[in-house]
Design a protein around this ligand. Structure first.
Ligand code: NAD
Length: 356
């Protein structure tokens, strides 16, 4: 029987709680499929800093590189906010993404019919939304040099090379070929030179995809269009920061940020994580929604392990559980049959995995 090695990084805040539930579901999947998973846990973020004075210990980087895939929760918290930038939990995560070379971050946004009334947006605007944000992940303003800060002036730099834009654009166009064949590239080309290069390069890549229709949209308009008419989008291609912001906005289309998974690909090993942060305000309360992490585990089964039927099994189990009326607190509404804790939600999904 095949056995895959999975690196587990729980991180800070709710990371521990949500990743435990994803493991519970993965273990249930294995019992019904023809493969095994072996897990090894690594430190990253504030918890790693507390023990090793380093938010990304070398052991974590090496262990992740040797694994078949990485499942990650979230990092960060107020406790570490005053540290120097390179010691902060977020620096650990940015460095790991760079070390792994995972330059494309896929963020699917689908609305569950069962949750149409959870969102603050009207159901008729939301029904049938199915879009994919392809976010560039290892370049742009989060990594640009020079950068510095003193008490009177601070500086960050948005830098993209043509090659960085091209490779993530190819991921977006390839994704569109498997979907509705539409790419909307998001930029600020009316103001930023870096966006002008972005636009020119995307146009060049588009020439190799005659079946895909390409449009461009300024990021400020995209922020508005996303809540005005989200169904107009198929694949949205974005730079690092624009995608970070737009996908948090898009989470409200689904009803909760606790529902949105992501896959970071492009390197030898994929990194799978929910789009949300460590939610320190609810950490330890047992109310975090584990679905985004469980869906990230499903993406891991699909993209890194090639176990499509197992991925579908997890996704169908989530749908069934929501249909049956189970909700974590962030999704509680009049359609809820039972409000669950984080751990109860994981257990119900794991139980349903076997029945699919
Ligand atoms: P956040 O995503 O952690 O939380 C924003 C809001 O969403 C909070 O009200 C939180 O309670 C809620 N929320 C988030 N995940 C939830 C879930 N699974 N279920 C229910 N509710 C959920 O963002 P923030 O508050 O801006 O940041 C908190 C910390 O997380 C910061 O230190 C930040 O740097 C870090 N962060 C980490 C990542 C990551 O690890 N990838 C991403 C974003 C932010």
């Amino acid at each position: 029987m095949k056995c895959y090695n999975i690196a587990i990084i729980k991180g800070d805040g709710i990371g521990f709680e949500i990743v435990n539930e994803a493991i519970k579901v993965l273990n249930a999947v294995c019992l019904n499929e023809n493969f095994k998973l072996s897990y090894k846990e690594y430190l990253m973020g504030g918890c790693a800093y507390d023990i090793t004075n380093n938010p990304l210990p070398n052991e974590t980087v090496e262990g992740c590189k040797k694994s078949d895939a990485i499942l990650f929760g979230a990092i960060g918290g107020e406790k570490w906010d005053s540290l120097e930038r390179h010691l902060r939990p977020e620096s650990g995560l940015l460095r790991l993404r760079k070390e792994l070379g995972v330059y494309a971050n896929l963020r699917p946004i689908n609305v569950f019919d069962e949750l149409l009334d959870v969102s603050t947006i009207k159901p008729e605007v939301l029904r049938g939304v199915d879009l994919l944000i392809v976010r560039e992940l290892t370049g742009g303003i989060y990594f640009g040099q020079p950068r510095n800060k003193n008490t009177k002036k601070a500086l960050n730099t948005m830098v993209y090379t043509k090659e960085e834009i091209k490779r993530v654009a190819i991921v977006a166009f390839d994704s569109a070929m498997r979907r509705r064949k539409k790419v909307c590239s998001i930029d600020k080309a009316n103001v930023l030179e870096v966006s002008q290069l972005w636009r020119e390069t995307v146009e060049e890549v588009a020439k190799n995809y005659s079946e895909v229709s390409l449009s461009h949209m300024y990021v400020d308009n995209a922020a508005m269009q996303l809540v005005y008419d989200p169904k107009q989008f198929d694949v949205m291609l974005t730079s690092n920061m624009f995608g970070d912001i737009l996908s948090d906005e898009a989470s409200m289309i689904c009803g909760s940020i606790g529902l949105l998974p992501s896959a970071s690909i492009g390197g030898k090993v994929g990194l799978f994580e929910p789009i949300h942060g460590s939610a320190p305000n609810i950490a330890g309360l047992g109310i975090a929604n584990p679905i985004a992490t469980i869906m990230s585990a499903a993406m891991m089964l699909r993209f890194s392990l090639g176990e499509e039927s197992a991925a579908l099994r997890v996704e169908k189990a989530i749908q069934k559980v929501l249909k049956d009326g189970y909700r974590t607190k962030d999704l509680a509404n009049y359609g809820a049959k039972k409000i669950c804790s984080t751990s109860e939600m994981g257990s119900i999904i794991a139980k349903n995995v076997a029945k699919i």
